[in-house]
Design a protein around this ligand. Structure first.
Ligand code: HAM
Length: 420
């Protein structure tokens, strides 16, 4: 019979490593929750058109990487390649922007799908935690989001990450810059694909990884020299606020993101231990996206951090998260009567908030104690018929090896105190 494997570019999250993923998601969302961001969950798929209009018709994500499908009813859907367009769609549809109180601040956590060439750190199914602040143009909001991401990375114990910062201008100054860049690029010796890109998405050419291309790009006009006064002032304020918060950044005038909706502030977090897929997170301002998907003008800013790559970054730095042991107490019954009595104690302990597991399957003492040790529990509860007759259970400290009888009717209280 055939056995099945996870599809190419995907992997299973399994214990014990999966606990690290959960902890990373929690660590990223905790600062957001402390800053007034509310949780939002949107469907795993959306209309294809939301992404082609939102993320951009000429981006790799839309032209090459979307998982699209036609439903039996004839709807054209795509598995979501990113979260921003969906979250904004949901905010508009649910009138969150009308209930007053802009910006609408939302965070999310979930799976995203891109048909990319799989390699270390790049998957076809990956996981992001993201945040979007919708409906306000305020440099403090850009700074807030960046600071919250930095605080999240720091709370995990990461150190070798860097923040790259740029401004992509707005609808006043970007078209002028775009034309200037196109003029420059048209004069270079470039292959056909790249020439085509000059006409559709010239800023992406700056991002070309090939050395021969990068050499020719010396002297290319840069957005930062073409920013209008308003964009320049805005960017200065973001930078000042970051510095005041003790957040170091590197100006990267060539930072162009792979999604078309960005305006003004753009940023990426890169980790130096990850090789070529070094971006652990990224984001920026997207003042025009709402109008691009049929909404009112709602200047907004957000980011998404990659959970898979953050876990890889932790590994690269050798950071071990201090995860609470999944099991604190492990109960080992010897005999049928003890099984019933101890199972009752296990249920009570769990209800009292003590993480407890049980030796299922009628194992002998030796095997059951092995399971107890493997579970990571600090304490084992062992009871046989003689213990029960005396109204006690044996409480064994698996760290010190000490064992002593405790009255059955006191055991929950005693373990609750110890587990605290
Ligand atoms: P993005 O830069 O495409 O931005 O993705 C954000 C992060 O998701 C990346 O920095 C990376 O860590 C992770 N990521 C992306 N693709 C993959 C992949 N194939 N495998 C593993 N990890 C991956 C966005 O998605 C924007 N929606 C961010 C944003 C929110 N901008 C404004 N608001």
């Amino acid at each position: 019979m055939t056995t099945f494997q996870a599809p190419k570019g995907t992997y299973d999250l399994i214990p014990p490593e999966s606990a690290t993923y959960l902890a990373v998601r929690e660590a990223i969302s905790a600062p957001l929750q402390r800053a007034g961001y509310g949780y939002i969950e949107t469907p795993g798929f959306e209309s294809v058109e939301l992404f082609s209009r939102g993320v951009g018709e000429s981006t790799d994500i839309v032209t090459k990487e979307m998982y699209t499908l036609t439903t039996k009813g004839g709807d054209e859907l795509a598995l979501r390649p990113e979260g921003t367009a969906s979250v904004l769609r949901a905010a508009l549809e649910n009138n969150l922007h009308r209930v007053g109180n802009l910006p609408v601040k939302l965070w999310y956590s979930g799976s995203y799908y891109r048909y990319e060439r799989p390699q270390a750190g790049r998957y076809r199914h990956f996981s992001q935690v993201g945040a979007e602040a919708i409906g306000a143009e305020d440099p403090a909001l850009d700074a807030e989001l960046i600071i919250l991401a930095v605080d999240a990375y720091r709370s995990l114990g990461l150190r070798d990450f860097r923040l790259l910062l740029n401004s992509l201008g707005d609808k006043e100054c970007r078209p002028v810059y775009r034309a200037a860049l196109q003029d420059f690029l048209r004069g270079l010796e470039l292959d056909e694909d790249t020439r085509a890109r000059i006409e559709i998405n010239p800023l992406r050419v700056l991002d070309d990884k090939r050395e021969a291309v990068q050499k020719q790009l010396a002297g290319a006009p840069m957005m930062r020299d073409h920013l209008c006064e308003a964009c320049k002032a805005y960017h200065e304020q973001v930078r000042d606020l970051l510095s005041a918060a003790g957040v170091a950044y590197e100006d990267d005038p060539k930072l162009v993101r792979g999604l078309d909706y960005y305006t003004r502030t753009t940023f990426e977090f890169v980790h130096d231990g990850l090789g070529s897929q070094s971006a652990v997170g990224g984001g920026g301002r997207y003042d025009g996206l709402s109008e691009m998907i049929g909404g009112p003008a709602l200047p907004s800013v957000g980011w998404a951090l990659g959970v898979d790559r953050t876990v890889l970054a932790l590994k690269a730095e050798g950071v071990e998260l201090e995860l609470p042991s999944a099991t604190q107490v492990f109960a080992v019954p010897l005999g049928e009567e003890a099984r019933r009595a101890l199972f009752g104690v296990v249920t009570e302990l769990r209800r009292a908030g003590v993480a407890t597991d049980f030796a299922y399957g009628g194992k002998g003492l030796k095997n059951a104690m092995k399971s107890a040790n493997r579970s990571g529990a600090r304490y084992a509860l062992v009871a046989g018929e003689r213990d029960l007759a005396e109204g006690v259970v044996q409480l064994k400290d698996l760290e010190t090896g000490e064992q002593s009888p405790v009255a059955l009717d006191r055991i929950v209280e005693e373990l609750r105190a110890k587990a605290r």
